[in-house]
Design a protein around this ligand. Structure first.
Ligand SMILES: [Zn+2]
Length: 105
């Protein structure tokens, strides 16, 4: 296991997470570090989103492009999640409605 210290940031502070807590990274795991603050991320997309949101004035054009692509990808994932959640609620609603119509009567 490799130890890495997470850097302090406002998001962690608001969540009540100790910013000085250590993070355990499994050996051989690929990580992505922020060039500006050293914070380590498990996925490249998370690092790109972090850079664009936490260091907007310090990112260069390629990092800004990566941020925009990551933000669009995140937005697409959120949209997909909303459709799946809505579909699940509709199926549950009509499932209970039909169950009540045939079983509860
Ligand atoms: Zn950073």
């Amino acid at each position: 296991m490799t130890d890495a210290r997470s850097s302090p940031d406002t998001e962690s502070d608001t969540l009540g997470i100790d910013p000085a807590s250590e993070v355990q990274i499994p050996d051989g795991a690929e990580t992505y570090a922020c060039d500006h603050c050293g914070r380590v991320f498990a996925r490249e997309r998370y690092r790109d989103l972090h850079r664009g949101r936490e260091h907007p004035a310090a990112v260069d054009e390629s990092e800004a492009d990566a941020y925009r692509a990551a933000a669009q990808s995140e937005w697409d994932d959120l949209r997909r999640y909303r459709y799946v959640a809505l579909g699940t609620l509709v199926v549950l609603y009509f499932g209970f409605l039909l169950a009540y119509a045939f079983v509860g009567a």
